[in-house]
Design a protein around this ligand. Structure first.
Ligand code: DX5
Ligand code: ZN
Length: 221
């Protein structure tokens, strides 16, 4: 599975978002990761649709939106309109049937659909959604803030999901750097959200290249 690197916009210099998106693209980023937080599902508020639209217009790579909100299903059309290419929702925000409906709606709008699991939820929780998703996101920190420490006890969860599906993209998010990306790749992850360790690295291109190289060692066809 192809290794994909998705720098988290949350860690960029917000005073120059346009230039930062270009810098990510020129540094070899595959996607841009946009964290939407509502202050209810997580104890932080980030940015919304207009901001994503502006960020998207500055680069030509896909934008991967991570909805850390209680009602993401209300905003699927808005997400499409602001340029989202992929939408991730958390599975604990609604009953299973509503989540499946939301995944259908995301796909109907021509976007990729993904389910995220907070650290406290087991791998098995992803099972009912596997037929409907392009990607499973294993949170490797408690969602809400960038710059936190990677939780290595999430590695078996990655391996368990990879065991369930050989072809779903598995994304990891939180505390990802060269070393932790390699551990996650070994466990079966192939999509890496990198905030602090990309935008705030001394050399973003070098940081992305190194993460791609260390994760790429475990790439399977
Ligand atoms: C955390 C967000 C992450 C965050 C990652 O809730 O979902 O995407 O920006 O940042 P780092 O890589 O600094 O942990
Ligand atoms: Zn995220």
């Amino acid at each position: 599975m192809k290794v994909l690197i998705s720098p988290s916009i949350l860690a960029c210099d917000m005073l120059k978002v346009g230039r930062e998106m270009k810098r990510a693209e020129e540094s070899g980023a595959d996607w841009l990761h946009a964290d939407v937080m509502d202050g209810v599902y997580v104890p932080n508020i980030s940015f919304g649709f207009d901001f994503i639209k502006a960020a998207k217009s500055a680069a030509s790579i896909p934008v991967d939106v991570h909805m850390m909100t209680v009602c993401p299903q209300k905003y699927i059309k808005e997400l499409k309109a602001c340029g989202a290419d992929s939408v991730t929702i958390h599975h604990d925000i609604a009953p299973e049937s509503d989540i499946i409906k939301a995944l259908w709606e995301i796909k109907n709008e021509g976007m990729r659909a993904a389910i995220a699991l907070r650290p406290k939820f087991p791998a098995e929780d992803i099972k009912p959604y596997l037929p409907y998703i392009d990607m499973a996101l294993v949170m490797t920190v408690e969602p809400g803030f960038g710059g936190q420490k990677f939780m290595s006890d999430m590695l078996p969860k990655i391996a368990a999901i990879r065991e369930m599906s050989p072809d779903v993209d598995i994304q990891v998010d939180g505390g990802i750097n060269q070393e932790t990306a390699s551990l996650c790749a070994e466990a079966g992850a192939n999509v890496f959200v990198v905030g602090t360790a990309s935008f705030r690295a001394p050399d973003m291109k070098e940081a992305i290249d190194k993460i791609r190289l260390s994760a790429g060692k475990y790439e399977v066809e």
